[in-house]
Design a protein around this ligand. Structure first.
Ligand code: ZN
Length: 155
């Protein structure tokens, strides 16, 4: 697993140093939603532009720790240009990953876990966060805030 851990660390550092989709969109037409993680002080603002059930664009601003920043950047890449169903699916998959500890999985579940991580792509880099429960809220902030925005848009 150590090579995979190295790869995951690289992905997180890359997204932390060069965050994707930073900035703001004009509101309206974009919808602005804000999130805050009081445990760590992470803040995020997401501007969502939705057209005909598709998240055509999003921009992120705010500040926080490396995990929250990397997670929001990875999220933005994963959901940009995706349909409502795909975005909701990505949110659910991410949150499921944050709830699961590898040590608690059977062999069959481990195989499923590998398949699921492949499906998640780069987002899987954040799976190591589950080993540090205090950081889970940092990693999930962007995703919960996105879900809140979708709810507000009734998407
Ligand atoms: Zn944090």
């Amino acid at each position: 697993m150590s090579n995979l851990d190295d790869l995951y660390r690289e992905i997180i550092l890359d997204h932390y140093r060069s965050p994707r989709n930073r900035g703001q969109l004009a509101t309206p037409p974009a919808h602005r939603v804000e999130g805050f993680n009081p445990l760590c002080g992470d803040e995020i603002t997401i501007d969502l532009l939705v057209d005909d059930g598709v998240l055509v664009d999003l921009k992120l601003s705010g500040q926080g720790c490396s995990i929250s920043q990397a997670s929001s950047s990875l999220m933005s890449v994963a959901v940009k240009g995706k349909s409502r169903d795909d975005v909701r699916h990505a949110i659910a998959s991410f949150k499921e990953m944050m709830l699961r500890h590898e040590s608690a999985l059977s062999d069959d579940e481990s195989k499923n876990q590998v398949a699921r991580l492949r499906e998640l792509g780069e987002i899987a880099a954040l799976q190591g966060v589950v080993k540090f429960p205090v950081r889970i809220k940092c990693a999930t902030l962007a995703w919960n805030t996105l879900a809140q925005g979708l709810d507000e848009l009734a998407l």
